[in-house]
Design a protein around this ligand. Structure first.
Ligand SMILES: NC(=O)C1=CN([C@@H]2O[C@H](COP(=O)(O)OP(=O)(O)OC[C@H]3O[C@@H](n4cnc5c(N)ncnc54)[C@H](OP(=O)(O)O)[C@@H]3O)[C@@H](O)[C@H]2O)C=CC1
Ligand SMILES: CC(C)(CO)C(=O)C(=O)O
Length: 328
């Protein structure tokens, strides 16, 4: 299977290395120092199951050409650039899986009910992705993996529980999702297919939305932030608020929150959005923080803890020049 990972940073580098280790014909769209290092020395993952270097084709979409599948792993603010560049990777049957955090651009597509087809212009301004990729090609994706690019071409993977969950927007279980999941699993990252991708989006988002804003304020990794009992209590409250929003939108899920917080407390990892703040890169404030709260308002759920933490994190991101609210 010919698979291209668009955006070979922390997550994309990890995913691409796993695909290559599993025997898929893997390539990556990368740029700058990351591209140069991957072309020169390959892609290295330093993971709990070992350090491995793989050789993958790397370049621009035009250089790599049509694929069986594309896995998009950029940060949300880069999606308009993906829309502009992705065409050469797409043949008539190419599947495009968006494996990212936050509320995805396709959230209300094939959703059903009165909100069917509603647009999220803060995530896909001007419908550019919708037009470039098309809903028919699109698969939803969620990733559990704590990754950091430690030097160009080298990705540190912090813990052993690594999963990519793929799902059709209409909840069907398709051969194309199974094929990509299989290619991932063969490389040592659990590839899974769900019939409830929006529930999985919320189950993952709960962590990013409840912990992310506090780590931006504390400027510490997740474990360090949770070490303060007052903050820990507030994060637990924020988690319950996130779960209430998911449930009100029709995607309830169960979670042992104490257990989740206990496992997060062991993570030295700095969330990717905090890494962005520290490195001066555009922050995923819309997809991870503000659009979820817009959805909370649509669902009529009150989220006082999240309102405050997201407002402060938005101020921090804006003051750093790494976030600007969408026009209009
Ligand atoms: N890091 C983590 O542990 C986790 C991250 N996530 C999510 O995964 C997604 C990806 O995050 P992460 O991997 O950390 O992000 P990174 O910034 O590490 O990786 C994104 C990569 O995409 C590249 N890129 C963006 N636009 C283009 C373009 N037009 N052409 C070529 N390359 C491009 C970036 O290049 P450049 O650097 O030059 O901009 C960068 O290398 C996000 O949604 C994040 O929230 C989910 C779980 C954990
Ligand atoms: C913090 C983490 C690993 C979620 O657990 C994440 O999703 C991120 O770094 O963006």
């Amino acid at each position: 299977m010919k698979i291209c990972v668009f955006g070979a940073g922390a997550i994309g580098g990890h995913v691409a290395a796993r695909l290559a280790l599993g025997g898929a014909e893997t390539s990556v769209v990368a740029r700058g120092a990351q591209l140069a290092a991957i072309q020169r020395e390959g892609l290295t993952i330093e993971a709990p199951d070992g350090t491995r270097t793989v050789r993958v084709a790397a370049g621009s979409a035009a250089e790599l050409g049509p694929q069986d599948a594309v896995i998009v792993t950029v940060k949300a603010p880069s999606l308009p650039q993906v829309a502009e560049a992705i065409a050469p990777l797409l043949g008539p049957e190419t599947t495009v899986a968006f494996v990212m955090n936050g509320i995805p651009w396709w959230y209300f597509d094939r959703h059903g009910g009165p909100l069917e087809g509603r647009r999220l212009p803060a995530i896909d301004p001007g419908d550019r992705l919708r037009e470039a990729v098309g809903i028919g090609r699109t698969l939803g994706g969620v990733v559990y993996s704590a990754c950091t690019v430690t030097s160009p071409g080298v990705i540190k993977v912090e813990h052993a529980n690594n999963r990519v969950i793929l799902g059709e927007l209409d909840g069907s279980v398709s051969p194309r999702a199974q094929a990509i999941a299989g290619a991932l699993s063969r490389g040592g990252i659990s590839g899974e297919v769900t019939d409830a991708i929006r529930r999985e989006v919320w189950a993952k988002l709960m962590g990013n939305l409840s912990q992310g804003p506090f780590t931006i304020l504390s400027r510490q990794g997740i474990g360090g932030t949770l070490a303060d009992p007052t903050v820990r209590t507030a994060i637990l409250r924020a988690m319950r608020e996130s779960m209430a929003v998911a449930a009100a939108l029709g995607h309830p899920f169960e979670y042992d929150l104490e257990k989740r917080v206990a496992s997060s407390s062991r993570l030295a990892h700095k969330p990717s959005i905090l890494q962005d703040l520290e490195l001066g890169r555009p922050m995923e404030v819309e997809a991870l923080f503000r659009t979820p709260l817009e959805l909370a308002r649509m669902a009529g759920v009150e989220t006082p803890t999240l309102d405050l933490s997201v407002a402060l994190a938005t101020q921090a991101a804006t003051a750093a020049g790494l976030y600007a609210p969408p026009a209009g």
